[in-house]
Design a protein around this ligand. Sequence first.
Ligand SMILES: *[C@@H]1O[C@H](CO)[C@@H](O)[C@H](O)[C@H]1NC(C)=O
Ligand SMILES: *[C@@H]1O[C@H](CO)[C@@H](O)[C@H](O)[C@H]1NC(C)=O
Ligand SMILES: *[C@@H]1O[C@H](CO)[C@@H](O)[C@H](O)[C@H]1NC(C)=O
Ligand SMILES: *[C@@H]1O[C@H](CO)[C@@H](O)[C@H](O)[C@H]1NC(C)=O
Ligand SMILES: *[C@@H]1O[C@H](CO)[C@@H](O)[C@H](O)[C@H]1NC(C)=O
Ligand SMILES: *[C@@H]1O[C@H](CO)[C@@H](O)[C@H](O)[C@H]1NC(C)=O
Ligand SMILES: *[C@@H]1O[C@H](CO)[C@@H](O)[C@H](O)[C@H]1NC(C)=O
Ligand SMILES: *[C@@H]1O[C@H](CO)[C@@H](O)[C@H](O)[C@H]1NC(C)=O
Ligand SMILES: *[C@@H]1O[C@H](CO)[C@@H](O)[C@H](O)[C@H]1NC(C)=O
Ligand SMILES: *[C@@H]1O[C@H](CO)[C@@H](O)[C@H](O)[C@H]1NC(C)=O
Length: 480
Amino acid sequence: MSTTVSSFIIFFFFFTIFNIPSVSEAIGVNWGTMASHPLSPVKVVKLLKSNNINKVKLFDAKPDVLQALSGSNIGVTVGVPNVMLKSLNSSRKAADSWVHDNVTRYVSNGGGNAKIEYVAIGDEPFLKSYGEQFHPFTIGAAMNIQAALKKAKLDNKVKVVVPCSFDSFESRSNSSTEVHFRSDLNKTMIELLTFLDKHGSPFFVTISPFVTFLETKNISLDFSLFKETAHPHKFSRKTYKNSFDLSYDTVITVLSKVGFSNMEIVVSKIGWPTDGAANATSNLAETFMKGLMNHLHSSSGTPLRPHQPPHETYIYSLLDEDQRSITAGNFERHWGLFTFDGQVKYHVDLGQGSKSLVNAENVEYLSSKWCVVNNNEDLSNATAKALEACANADCTALSSGGSCFNITWPSNISYAFNSYYQQHDQKAESCDFGGLGLITTVDPSLDHCRFPIEINTSHAEIYRVCSFLWMILLVITLLV
Ligand SMILES: *[C@@H]1O[C@H](CO)[C@@H](O)[C@H](O)[C@H]1NC(C)=O
Ligand SMILES: *[C@@H]1O[C@H](CO)[C@@H](O)[C@H](O)[C@H]1NC(C)=O
Ligand SMILES: *[C@@H]1O[C@H](CO)[C@@H](O)[C@H](O)[C@H]1NC(C)=O
Ligand SMILES: *[C@@H]1O[C@H](CO)[C@@H](O)[C@H](O)[C@H]1NC(C)=O
Ligand SMILES: *[C@@H]1O[C@H](CO)[C@@H](O)[C@H](O)[C@H]1NC(C)=O
Ligand SMILES: *[C@@H]1O[C@H](CO)[C@@H](O)[C@H](O)[C@H]1NC(C)=O
Ligand SMILES: *[C@@H]1O[C@H](CO)[C@@H](O)[C@H](O)[C@H]1NC(C)=O
Ligand SMILES: *[C@@H]1O[C@H](CO)[C@@H](O)[C@H](O)[C@H]1NC(C)=O
Ligand SMILES: *[C@@H]1O[C@H](CO)[C@@H](O)[C@H](O)[C@H]1NC(C)=O
Ligand SMILES: *[C@@H]1O[C@H](CO)[C@@H](O)[C@H](O)[C@H]1NC(C)=O
């Protein structure tokens, strides 16, 4: 073998090795903040760092969150909320100020120190259940944000993407060989792909084996959980051993059909919930996440893209959020790898190097007090009171298949009362319920059913008061 050839081979070898991004770099988490008592952004960033999570996808651009991420070296996707798409489509000026207020001032040339990598236009604006609410404005908004980034000279650093829901795809028959974009989206999707291609941006798409399992009779739990023993599926003359690959290649097939076979894919949401539905348990979530991580770590890719795992994968979600909409199901509030207070639900190697995930530290809770039903009262109205409480609080664990589904009456009433009481910061009047409530210091939690105590979020207010006073002081100083 001539030296040129061998040095070429050696070069190629190293080139290949160094070109494969390490898996931990390609795995991120979605960090949502729709919680009544969210963990403080500073604690969340510590949690991310201690678990070696290097990328986060946000659903908005909250100043305290972006400040906490500043200097952390964590790659960030900021989100444009769906309700802003209409104004961002119709006004370039609005897009300029959005980028100025929510991107420029946090990145290095704007004086900040956050590593913003993507701006996500909307959160699944094409969801079928939204109808035409956001869809007509999405591409226009994306174009205006792109132009605004260019103006701010950030377009080579920050890419504009649109997170698409998996229901953007449809199959014409049960055999699922004939897949295509949902017909009302066909035109928009081609515009989107053309836009992404032009700017070298990836296609962000949700893949949800859990929801696919719920909605597709023919998909088994084992197939969804990466079990070796699962019955394989055939699709486009290829054999599929798990639901993730099948969904992923469905996306590839549809993109290829319209001429974008090389489009880079980012899995923008993937996970398994742990409560609020049958098969939504920590055990099964652990099995799913381990299967997914092994699959991504192995870099085997899928039948249509062998040895090419997704460019990036964002786990849905980092934390449970007790104020997420439950129109799609009670499990929606339980997607977290961690509970609302940053405690590990199960262990999985996200690429953090060690086998165990690490809990959030120094979480400050409200007092060890719970609100339960007073058994000495006439409880004939208790069920009605509990339902009222549930309308405002979070009773998803009581639903069929949930962790508290099998607790007996009137413990389930206590669960509802307590949730309301905690969400209202343990104010005495929030444990009244027409005289049926009773505050106790004895933890009413049962084996599988935890009666949570919320996080003490009141110091956040003190901080706000302090910074307000500080500003007044500054103004006075400037005036003097
Ligand atoms: C989006 O904005 C453009 C430019 O202002 C406007 O012409 C168009 O009608 C808008 N789209 C929708 C659906 O309103
Ligand atoms: C971003 O910027 C806009 C326009 O300046 C502002 O109204 C908005 O509150 C900011 N935050 C988010 C999450 O859009
Ligand atoms: C799909 O399968 C279901 C039962 O699994 C059947 O009722 C339905 O008619 C089928 N639809 C088509 C288009 O084949
Ligand atoms: C979608 O659009 C493409 C390109 O314009 C076209 O080839 C295809 O037939 C369309 N598909 C549907 C289902 O309308
Ligand atoms: C269900 O899956 C099996 C195995 O892949 C396949 O042979 C069968 O056609 C599917 N049935 C339907 C109704 O899609
Ligand atoms: C999944 O849920 C179904 C319906 O409740 C149940 O019969 C089955 O045992 C569950 N499977 C596992 C593995 O938990
Ligand atoms: C919550 O935090 C505030 C401010 O730090 C403190 O004054 C209050 O005592 C705390 N409440 C509990 C129950 O620890
Ligand atoms: C139950 O509620 C009804 C209507 O609000 C009320 O008239 C009744 O006195 C209540 N019963 C008890 C035992 O509190
Ligand atoms: C409730 O369900 C759990 C498993 O989900 C079980 O371990 C526990 O014994 C059940 N409790 C009752 C009272 O049936
Ligand atoms: C509690 O359980 C009783 C009896 O099973 C049921 O009628 C009631 O609706 C439940 N209440 C709640 C809030 O789940």
